[in-house]
Design a protein around this ligand. Structure first.
Ligand code: GAL
Length: 367
């Protein structure tokens, strides 16, 4: 078992070795194709004929990359480019500090790639912390959260947007980095307060016509701003609207289906889970109509979004109408051990529903 003290980044090789051994001995005991729990009793692993360890989606379990190391991609988002999924997220593989708000020093933004959403190759830290300049937005003492990447066809540039802050969350900006490859390295280009407004939780969304938008919680998280980005995606423009006024929503995740836009958000309770809410609009710039909690299940699950917080909605490639709700199950005591909760999203007209599945795979969408 892992002790708290063995969770440090510097010990990841030890952990990797342990996991390989744990998975290996279980597979040996189980035989090919069998399903068994590994070390923590939480991840289901199987072995196919080629000896590759496979996992189905098991929300809340430890998810391993193809090297057997727990995936570090929190507050993540997905880019689909040339048939490959690229998962970007916060690397929190270090000690959790008990500041006013529990935090992990910035390590950087990680990227993983996959063609099947199951096997994730670690592409490394594509935007690393800047350790030698305490004034830099990416200094380890700062906050770098919720990275999302869009591809700009016209400039052939991968553009990453992220929440940039100081440890007290009083800096409240959004940062931009660019690369000519999805897997980086990304060059940091600076941060802004869009139209002079504070910006904390955020996401970006690229519409079918190539226009891109920044959704960010503003006015001390009371109101969501939706901002049209410049054509090169590098700057906010002055075209923006205020939505969900005084509703205190954050963690926005946007998707579009059959001409309608959907926005799932959480309430503002820090690392603690709370009820999700979704809204629908005919136009990305609103007006958005709030429709309620998309979660269906036991009261405690509905009240906590299955103990998680939204981060992204992923359209599954090659399956029109199939969407995955991606969320984070934060562990404030050991943020590095925060888990991923991915669940199938049901869309019927303006209504959406998210139900718990202990374990599932993409065949769910065949039905
Ligand atoms: C949450 C937010 C997270 C992180 C956390 C810090 O409200 O969604 O991304 O900023 O607060 O407490």
């Amino acid at each position: 078992m892992w002790s708290r003290s063995s969770r440090g980044h510097e010990l990841s090789m030890t952990r990797r070795g342990f996991l390989r051994a744990a998975v290996g001995s279980l597979l040996a005991a189980a035989g090919c194709g069998a399903t068994r729990a590994h070390g923590r009793g939480e991840t289901t692993v199987t072995q196919d004929d080629s000896g590759i360890v496979q996992a189905r989606f098991r929300p809340g379990a430890v998810w391993l990359d193809t090297e057997g190391t727990p995936i570090q991609a929190h507050g993540g988002g997905m880019l689909i480019h040339q048939g490959i999924y690229y998962w970007f997220g916060e690397n929190r593989a270090a000690e959790t500090k008990r500041a006013t708000l529990a935090r992990v020093d910035v390590i950087g933004v990680n990227c993983y790639s996959s063609t099947d959403l199951i096997h994730w190759k670690n592409e490394g830290v594509v935007l690393p912390a800047v350790k030698d300049d305490p004034e830099h937005d990416l200094h380890p003492s700062r906050v770098v959260e919720r990275p999302k990447v869009l591809y700009n066809e016209a400039t052939r540039t991968f553009v990453m947007w992220m929440h940039i802050d100081k440890s007290d969350y009083g800096y409240a900006r959004t940062g931009v980095a660019t690369s000519d490859s999805p897997t980086g390295p990304y060059r940091y280009r600076g941060s802004v307060q869009p139209n002079g407004a504070d910006s904390r939780d955020m996401t970006v969304y690229k519409d079918d016509d190539g226009a891109a938008y920044l959704f960010h919680s503003s006015q001390w998280n009371k109101t969501m701003h939706i901002v049209r980005l410049s054509d090169d995606y590098l700057q906010p423009t002055d075209r923006f609207v205020r939505e969900f006024v005084n509703r205190s929503r954050e963690a926005p995740a946007i998707f579009k289906h059959e001409g309608r836009y959907y926005c799932i958000t959480s309430g503002c309770t820090g690392w603690d889970a709370n009820p999700a809410e979704y809204a629908v609009s005919e136009s990305i710039m609103g007006p958005w109509k709030v429709r309620g909690n998309p979660c269906i299940g036991a009261p405690e699950e509905i009240a906590t979004t299955f103990h998680s917080q939204s981060t992204f909605v992923l359209p599954v490639q090659g399956r029109p109408g199939a969407f995955i709700f991606m969320a984070d199950r934060w562990k404030r005591e050991s943020l590095d051990d925060s888990r991923y909760v991915w669940l199938p999203l049901e869309v019927k007209g303006p209504s959406i529903a998210i139900r718990w599945h202990e374990e599932w795979d993409l065949s769910y969408f065949d039905a």
